[in-house]
Design a protein around this ligand. Structure first.
Ligand code: SAM
Ligand code: SF4
Ligand code: SF4
Length: 371
């Protein structure tokens, strides 16, 4: 393999701590990386904790009773998150997704949503503010989230069959409660709602058709996600990935499909619609058809580290800058420096080398960096 993922820039800035490059960045302006990818999306992980133990994300063997989650003092406060988000928005971010861990476990999350929904882009537009959840607390929280200014939600749901679902979440959580959460979110106007199903071969791939049948003709857009080698604890194997092409083939055989154009340039999901007018589905082919060339996402971890790729092994400590009293221009300068040096394209390189990539460090876990 000639191309190797080397998180050199990450490590250098991480150890350099609060060294601020000069000159200082202008208070606002667009940023693009070494492949001319603009900075447009920010995913913020608000907690590393979760009430599920999905086998592909937080397997019990690793995230057991003794697992040391972050103490509250390590977490960014809502004020710190909002300040960083404001700087990102001034530099091109128009879309913010809250994630985790399970974001609805973070106490008073609606207060953060209210703070973020008050932000405006440089041309005065509100943000596209959304959240990804496992749905377990959605029925209880949907109205408060909507009232705080959340626009929509994405709900993860891996099976309709209770036994299969409980085997996937590994905490015996019943599927009916998630379905009730989805309905409640829809009723309060948190839409359009997307439903994400991670397909793990041999575990829930026989649920592809029941899920497609269930959501066909509903207001919800079902999206199938290829099981990824994210983190270091899920024991990922290529032969457990069910390729999107195979998922389309199985659905099309029973409910004929046709491909449709993306909603916008760089959309991560390929779109297909039912030929009989039963709505659309999405396919997120992170493994078999990587979309790094269109990846405009930055990620902020629960403790305030900036990551430029889901598969990074190192992040840049923005919390240190905040807590040592750096001003917005100094923080913007570090963000700009990191983004301009960004050359991440892990999935494209994995596609070129399906045996997996050797890396110099441990990849961060999805529950820490946010999906
Ligand atoms: N707890 C929330 C939830 O499950 O929606 C938000 C965080 S979760 C890490 C975000 C998304 O990442 C979920 O849709 C989840 O299914 C997905 N995910 C986690 N591990 C994955 C993996 N190994 N491959 C593909 N998707 C994964
Ligand atoms: Fe929790 Fe979401 Fe990971 Fe499942 S995918 S363990 S719900 S963070
Ligand atoms: Fe973006 Fe990294 Fe995923 Fe590629 S592998 S799409 S660069 S997050």
């Amino acid at each position: 393999m000639t191309d190797r993922f080397i998180p050199l820039v990450d490590q250098r800035l991480a150890t350099a701590g609060s060294t601020i490059p000069s000159p200082l960045e202008a208070p606002a302006g667009l940023l693009s990386d070494t492949f001319a990818r603009p900075l447009q999306d920010l995913r913020i992980s608000v907690t590393d904790r979760c009430n599920f133990r999905c086998v592909y994300c937080m397997p019990k063997a690793v995230f057991g009773k003794d697992y040391a989650f972050m103490p509250h003092s390590a977490l960014l406060s809502f004020e710190e998150i909002t300040r960083i988000a404001r700087i990102f928005v001034a530099h091109g971010v128009g879309k913010i997704r809250l994630t985790g861990g399970e974001p609805l476990l973070r106490k008073d999350i609606e207060r953060l949503i209210a703070m973020l929904s008050a932000l405006r882009t440089p041309d005065g537009q509100p943000l596209d503010l959304t959240l990804t959840t496992n749905g377990s607390l959605l029925a209880r929280k949907a109205q408060a989230l909507k009232d705080a200014g959340l626009r929509r939600v994405t709900v993860s749901l891996d099976a309709l069959d209770d036994q299969v679902f409980q085997r996937m979440n590994d905490v015996d959580f019943p599927v009916a409660d998630v379905l009730h959460g989805i309905e409640t979110a829809h009723k309060v106007g948190l839409g359009p709602i997307k439903i994400n199903m991670v397909v793990k071969g041999g575990m829930n791939d026989h649920e592809i058709l029941p899920m497609a049948r269930h959501f066909k003709g509903s207001p919800f857009i079902l999206r199938f996600i290829e099981y990824m080698d994210v983190g270091s604890s899920n024991g990922w194997k290529m032969d457990e990935v069910v390729p999107s092409a195979e998922i389309v083939r199985r659905i099309d055989a029973e409910m004929p499909l046709e491909a449709i154009d993306p909603n916008y340039n760089g959309e991560t999901a390929e779109r297909w619609r039912y030929r009989d007018g039963g709505g659309e589905i999405g396919l997120i082919s992170s493994v078999t058809r990587a979309f790094c060339r269109d990846c405009t996402r930055a990620r902020l971890s629960t403790e305030g580290k900036l990551y430029t790729c889901l598969f990074a092994t190192g992040g840049h400590d923005l919390r240190a800058l905040l807590r040592e009293g750096r001003n917005d221009e100094e923080i913007a300068t570090v963000i700009a420096h990191v983004w301009r040096a960004r050359g991440d394209r892990y999935s494209e390189m994995r596609t070129a080398n399906t045996e997996g990539l050797r890396q110099d460090g441990r990849k961060v876990e999805m529950s820490y960096i946010g999906g």
